[in-house]
Design a protein around this ligand. Structure first.
Ligand SMILES: Cc1cc2nc3c(=O)[nH]c(=O)nc-3n(C[C@H](O)[C@H](O)[C@H](O)COP(=O)(O)OP(=O)(O)OC[C@H]3O[C@@H](n4cnc5c(N)ncnc54)[C@H](O)[C@@H]3O)c2cc1C
Length: 470
């Protein structure tokens, strides 16, 4: 059937009109994303480069790596009291609750450091600490029979002193207060306690973020103290190092809030009370838009998301820089086949990370020699304070993931700025001298890789929200 020209024209007009409507309604709802493009601040690469690299190459690898036992168990003290104010509110909802591991749930090789298995001597023999002690002892006995044997035995007092000196030297590099040696630290299974919506909000949560931005972030000189939150437009009044610090914290904040939106309690099953953790969990687009749309955030939401990409690139660079160290790790849990798998998966991930061409360039920071040392010291002090503030978070699950992500970021900063890996080229194996010079504890490695996993997950989930909208 032939259509007359006027009918055709009318159809074309209706089609064009509908397309425009669709375009404008996408534009309207797409506002979290339309400003989320172009170059990432302080870096040389674009948002979409990171999206592609992360979503195709990094995210799937991390997803399976983080299921491995080495990365699954994190040792943390969730009972340390808040050093700054008396704990005003404790989240009582079951969503906030964290269940520490029982002794039989922890992999054999990690048990040496737990307090409740002193009686299990067989486990102690397989702990990482014992394993290395045993290796050293074996070396000693074989030398005993040779003529040039040198007795290197030290008095107990001298050994203690050396331990203290070493601890002091290490602490100089550290950006975090370390939990793992605390008496009260316990292993937590991260897979059983996923980061998601907990309902933790209001005065207690605001006090934490406010204290971080107001007292522990560098601030533009003329920013008013009654508004603790820093406007992105004023960031150029800060120097590069101060901006990097702010962007890293803001990016972490954006990542935490992205997670609670992407793993939100959509409905409670069978009308059970709020205290029941069972229910339907999934992405909540409305919540995401409320938190990141320019309309509801004074134009800041997209900038906060850009900061998330920034902190992603910062941790990515730290992993690339520490690759020679991380490639020579054993990822020991006492289960040889699993440990070997973990080592291979980690090497594969590190190869992908090293292949990224636009890494964050930390060598541009702390260059002005007169100011550099002072600024670096302040940078470290601010960050250490933030690690202590994590003990004031009034919801155990938020505290667990807050501590882990802050320790992961602190470990990344230690890798980037301790100076000890600066001259180590990418494709070499670390010799024993370098390994002695630069040390990461098991918890530091676990937190670094998991924290990066969280950022990778956020970038992936942001793309999910983008797809849902379109
Ligand atoms: C360490 C920590 C971990 C948490 N973990 C969880 C969790 O696992 N699950 C959960 O449900 N809740 C968690 N929360 C709570 C959550 O982060 C929010 O505080 C809460 O949902 C209330 O949100 P809000 O919209 O009032 O603003 P908030 O996120 O509390 O932010 C307060 C103010 O900070 C500014 N702001 C917001 N985002 C940024 C940014 N990215 N950069 C700079 N400034 C910003 C805004 O002015 C905002 O009004 C956690 C809180 C903390 C402190």
């Amino acid at each position: 059937m032939m259509l007359s020209q006027s009918v055709l024209n009318a159809l074309v007009s209706v089609f064009v009109f509908n397309q425009c409507l669709a375009y404008f309604s996408v534009e309207k709802h797409d506002d979290c994303f339309c400003q989320l493009s172009g170059k990432i601040d302080e870096c040389t690469c674009n948002i979409d480069t990171v999206d592609h690299f992360n979503n195709v190459k990094v995210y799937p690898r991390l997803k399976s790596l983080l299921l491995k036992d080495f990365f699954r168990f994190y040792k943390v003290n969730l009972k340390r009291p808040c050093p700054f104010w008396s704990d005003d509110s404790k989240c009582a909802m079951r969503y906030c609750h964290v269940e520490p591991c029982l002794a039989h749930e922890i992999p054999e090789g990690l048990k040496g450091a737990t307090k409740d298995n002193n009686s299990q001597k067989t486990h102690l023999q397989t702990s990482p600490a014992d394993k290395y002690a045993r290796d050293q002892n074996e070396g000693c006995t074989s030398q005993h029979n040779t003529l040039d044997y040198l007795n290197k035995t030290l008095s107990e007092k001298a050994q203690k002193d050396i331990q203290l000196w070493n601890a002091h030297d290490d602490a100089q590099d550290n950006f975090c207060e370390i939990d793992e040696n605390d008496e009260e630290a316990e292993y937590v299974d991260l897979l059983l306690n996923p980061e998601r919506f907990t309902g933790y909000a209001g005065a207690s949560a605001h006090r934490i973020w406010k204290t971080i931005y107001l007292e522990n972030c560098f601030r533009p000189k003329r920013s008013f103290n009654f508004n603790p939150y820093i406007q992105s437009a004023k960031l150029n009044e800060l120097c590069l190092e101060e901006r990097v610090f702010y962007r890293a914290i803001s990016g972490l904040h954006a990542s935490i809030n992205t997670h609670l939106c992407s793993n939100y309690l959509l409905s409670e099953s069978n009308g059970l009370s709020l205290a029941n953790p069972k229910g339907k969990w999934g992405p909540n687009l409305e919540e995401f838009q409320k938190r990141f749309s320019p309309d509801t955030t004074n134009g800041e939401g997209p900038n906060w998301l850009r900061n998330l990409y920034f902190v992603y690139l910062l941790e990515l660079r730290a992993l690339a820089k520490a690759a020679p160290y991380l490639e020579s790790e054993e990822y020991y849990t006492g289960n040889d086949p699993n440990d070997w798998d973990t080592q291979m998966a980690m090497k594969d991930l590190l190869n992908v990370i090293k292949s990224f061409s636009d890494h964050f360039d930390e060598s541009t920071m702390f260059r002005n020699t007169e100011q550099a040392e002072k600024l670096k010291y302040e940078f470290k002090q601010h960050f250490r304070n933030i690690t202590k503030i994590m003990d004031c978070v009034g919801c155990d699950k938020c505290r667990l993931w807050g501590k882990l992500q802050i320790q992961g970021l602190g470990t990344a900063l230690k890798i980037l700025f301790s100076g000890k890996l600066d001259n180590v080229a990418n494709n070499i194996k670390l010799d024993s001298h370098n390994k002695k010079e630069f040390q990461l504890s098991r918890n530091e490695i676990v937190s670094l890789v998991n924290a990066f996993g969280r950022l990778s997950n956020s970038v992936y989930k942001i793309d999910d929200f983008r797809q849902i909208l379109r």
